[in-house]
Design a protein around this ligand. Structure first.
Ligand SMILES: Cc1cc2nc3c(=O)[nH]c(=O)nc-3n(C[C@H](O)[C@H](O)[C@H](O)COP(=O)(O)OP(=O)(O)OC[C@H]3O[C@@H](n4cnc5c(N)ncnc54)[C@H](O)[C@@H]3O)c2cc1C
Length: 392
């Protein structure tokens, strides 16, 4: 027989980057909130692990994200101040590519439109200032000095600590089996009991589509991605003092290679972290071997490609780990109430570029759950954009 727990004001399903910040935002506003996750903390089976996530404002993905990024930088600052944790490391971010690459052109126009301070380096100045990158490719660089990376494990811990401090309850490990709801109430069925709530925020990462089923009109598809750590030839040259975080857009068919310098204190292996930003292979997030295994062929591919792009900089791979992207059809986030089910808010489809936004997504989700609307400039992330009559 199903046990029925006493109703709560709000439930946050999933306590990764987005759920942890949502729980903190709800409880700070005095809402009696419960957070649930199927895994103990910390865990490496979702999307918010691996020691670093690049954060930048010169946003090639779309200029509309920049106001949200301004709010997010402010959110990280407030979180650090309130929690006493360091989450944001300002190493600067260098975007690298041919003069006509998307990364240079679109990031520059986002920066120009919103007054983001950036410095453009032509190939000659690149060779002198950033000699790590292939010197013979004629690459340009767009450097954003205030940008850097955030530590996802520290961010999740700090948001959860703030949520607890404001009175939130957390239950984990506890698996949610199904969710349902209408405009007034949502019902969450877990492996142990049934819980009713006035507001439900689904922040289930790669599991969002399978949990919401037909309640969500767009598919959010889990993709596996590799993170590979390399030992540097010269540790100083690859330290945050000498090397910014970076992305290279050089026409590679699978996406942009990116890297984060080796930093002492990282909860990941001590090396330069390398990834390849772009869609990965589609996986079932419940098939453990699929989401944890990185094959030697993938690591070999990274090794060859990096030797070409950062010649003489990296010795060899020292560790590899998998992580999940959750791809939306247009690679933009989905942040909205579910049509006809106003008690349910979804934050998902972060398509491999969401973590930096965690504080502002949490605030937005809390607004939508409490007030049904938000003053954050997040309208472009709504579900309306997928309506038949909105599509070209
Ligand atoms: C390799 C890699 C590199 C990335 N690099 C960057 C970057 O440089 N910059 C950037 O901004 N972003 C980056 N991202 C993207 C970013 O990390 C994600 O967008 C973000 O972490 C998504 O957080 P989330 O809370 O949606 O998902 P998650 O962190 O996966 O959280 C979802 C949680 O829901 C829980 N859950 C799911 N189903 C259930 C259930 N049925 N019952 C109970 N609990 C459940 C899961 O256990 C999980 O803890 C990267 C992602 C990857 C994988």
């Amino acid at each position: 027989m199903t046990r029925h727990m006493k109703p709560v004001d709000a439930i946050v399903l999933g306590l990764g980057g987005m759920g942890a910040s949502t729980l903190a935002a709800l409880s700070r506003r005095g809402v009696d909130a419960l957070g649930i996750d199927q895994e103990p903390l910390p865990h490496a089976r979702g999307s918010s692990h691996g020691g670093s996530r690049i954060i930048r404002r010169a946003y090639f993905e779309h200029a509309d994200y920049v106001p949200l990024l301004n709010a997010s930088f402010e959110g990280w600052r407030r979180l650090e101040q309130a929690s006493g944790s360091t989450c944001l490391h300002r190493t600067g971010v260098l975007l690298v590519g041919p003069a006509d690459s998307t990364i240079i052109q679109a990031s520059r126009s986002s920066a120009d439109a919103h007054g983001v301070p950036v410095e453009l380096f032509d190939p000659d100045r690149m060779r002198r200032r950033f000699p790590q990158f292939a010197r013979d490719r004629g690459w340009w660089g767009l450097f954003e000095p205030d940008a850097g990376f955030v530590d996802p494990e520290a961010g999740v811990h700090a948001h959860l600590a703030m949520a607890r401090r404001s009175g939130a309850s957390i239950r984990r490990p506890m698996k949610v089996i199904s969710v349902d709801g209408d405009d007034h109430e949502a019902v969450v069925r877990t492996d142990r009991e049934e819980i009713r709530t006035n507001r439900l925020v689904v922040a289930a990462g790669a599991w969002t589509s399978s949990l919401l089923g037909d309640h969500l009109s767009v598919p959010l598809i889990p993709n596996r991605k590799a993170m590979v750590w390399f030992e540097p030839v010269d540790p100083r040259a690859c330290s945050p003092a000498e090397m910014p975080a970076w992305l290279i857009d050089d026409g590679h068919a699978a996406g942009c290679y990116y890297g984060v310098p080796a930093w002492p204190g990282q909860s990941a292996p001590l090396g330069v972290k390398i990834g390849l930003h772009g869609p990965g292979s589609v996986v079932d997030p419940d098939a453990s071997h699929e989401i944890t295994e990185i094959t030697p062929e993938v690591v070999d591919r990274f090794t060859v490609d990096l030797a070409d792009r950062l010649p003489g900089v990296l010795k060899g791979p020292i560790a590899a780990q998998a992580c999940l992207y959750t791809m939306s059809p247009d690679e933009h986030f989905v942040v909205d109430r579910l049509p006809g089910r106003g008690s349910m808010v979804v934050v998902g489809g972060f398509s491999g570029h969401g973590y930096k936004f965690a504080p502002v997504i949490g605030e937005t989700a809390a607004d939508l759950a409490i007030d049904g609307a938000t003053a954050q400039p997040a309208g472009f992330l709504g579900l309306d954009r997928f309506r038949e009559d909105q599509l070209e």
